[in-house]
Ligand binder design. Structure first.
Ligand SMILES: Nc1nc2c(ncn2[C@@H]2O[C@H](COP(=O)(O)OP(=O)(O)OP(=O)(O)O)[C@@H](O)[C@H]2O)c(=O)[nH]1
Ligand SMILES: [Mg+2]
Length: 365
């Protein structure tokens, strides 16, 4: 999975990228020119189950699931059509979901492109850039299809045309495509078009350190939620600055810091969790003396395909998947006990893994 961070200039994208990836890139008080920043990093997916299994199995190696993350430069207003902007949208196209950073923190030392902080206006401005980009795409494509049809070489393009007309109607209302209910078939038909506003979005309101959970923050989140009412978008608030500090602390110090702040867990954990949910992803786990590890799959992936994530040999030679849910394993304490209790099951090729299933593949090649 790959997440792309977008937002207006100086919203705090790089700050949040640092917090997510543990990198320490410079977060500058001046907006970087569009197209100049494309930082790539890896997020280790926080997973308490993996921590716990590591304590139990004491493996040589512990591996968390990971997610790629790109810090894409600020999309400023009205740069439509420029080369830099094309680069930004190309980058965005590679991502499965978007983290849209919206500034709420006040700081006179940090220029806001519009002079003052206004989260809903800013979010709307960015969405409009996505909409304009997609509108251009739809119009161009519809024109091509119409031309092909005129020339009598447009056979089979009707389905695409019909979906695009639905898209057009929505975009003309200045609404992002993620609000459209499309069937899998319809999605497939337009699958090669590089739509930006179709990507599921996590909207992150970057609030000042003193505004975590404040009335002002609650109101701003509610206003954004109203603006985003629809599908495939979720709104959160966090303090990018604090999250960055947290990410640089050792686990023990971080726990103390969280307690002082009255926060249960780093907001980043929630972002990742929700991104998984938005994208329909789950993890299955493998645990042994060599390695405890989380593997990311789409919900609904059958056991034999999931096996292929680990190695193609296991997929080819798949016999059975010894499977137990994480909770059942913890309740039993050991695999031997789980076998006695009957909670360790043998599943076949077509079994759909559930989130947190601990799996041992039996295979033969
Ligand atoms: N006071 C305050 N400053 C912040 C906060 N978050 C980010 N900043 C500062 O705002 C400035 C811009 O932050 P960046 O993370 O570089 O913003 P960006 O969105 O990556 O900016 P561009 O890449 O230039 O578009 C930096 O000086 C940050 O230190 C915050 O919560 N509070
Ligand atoms: Mg930046």
């Amino acid at each position: 999975m790959k997440l792309g961070i977008i937002g207006l200039p100086n919203a705090g994208k790089t700050t949040i990228f640092n917090a997510l990836t543990g990198q320490e890139l410079e977060a500058a008080p001046y907006p970087n020119p569009i197209g100049t920043e494309h930082h790539v990093g890896v997020i280790k997916v926080p997973d308490g189950r993996i921590n716990r299994l590591s304590e139990i199995f004491k493996p040589k190696k512990t591996t968390y699931a990971d997610v790629q993350c790109v810090d894409i430069t600020g999309i400023s207003r009205g740069v439509s059509g420029s080369k830099q902007k094309t680069a930004v949208f190309n980058e965005l196209w590679e991502c499965d979901a978007v983290i849209h950073v919206v500034r709420a923190f006040e700081d006179d030392g940090i220029v806001h492109p519009d002079g003052e902080v206004d989260p809903v206006r800013d979010a709307a401005a960015l969405e409009l850039e996505l909409v304009f980009h997609d509108l251009e795409l739809v119009e161009t494509r519809l024109e091509r299809i119409a031309n092909s049809m005129k020339k009598g070489i447009g056979d089979g393009l009707e389905a695409e045309r019909d979906v695009l007309q639905k898209c057009l109607a929505l975009l003309e209302e200045e609404k992002p495509l993620r609000n459209l209910s499309l069937s899998d078939k319809e999605r497939e038909v337009i699958g090669s078009l590089m739509f930006a506003s179709l990507k599921p979005e996590l909207v992150v309101l970057n609030v000042g350190e003193d505004d975590i959970g404040s009335e002002k923050t609650v109101a701003a989140v509610a206003a954004l939620e109203e603006f985003y009412a629809g599908k495939d978008a979720l709104v959160f608030s966090l303090s990018g600055k604090i999250e960055t500090e947290l990410s640089q602390l050792e686990a023990e110090d971080a726990a103390g810091f969280l307690e002082d702040l009255g926060i249960g867990e780093p907001a980043m954990n929630r972002i990742i969790r929700e991104a998984y949910r938005l994208l329909g992803l789950i993890s299955f786990l493998t645990a042994g003396e060599d390695e405890v590890r989380a593997w990311t799959i789409r919900k609904g992936t059958v056991a034999v395909k999931a096996a292929g994530k680990i190695h193609s040999d296991i997929e080819r030679g798949f016999i059975r998947a010894e499977t137990i849910s994480y909770d059942d394993f913890i309740a039993a304490g050991t695999m031997a006990k789980a076998k006695d209790l009957g909670t360790l099951r043998l599943e076949g090729k077509e079994y759909e893994f559930q989130d947190g299933d601990i799996v041992n593949f039996r295979f033969n090649v």
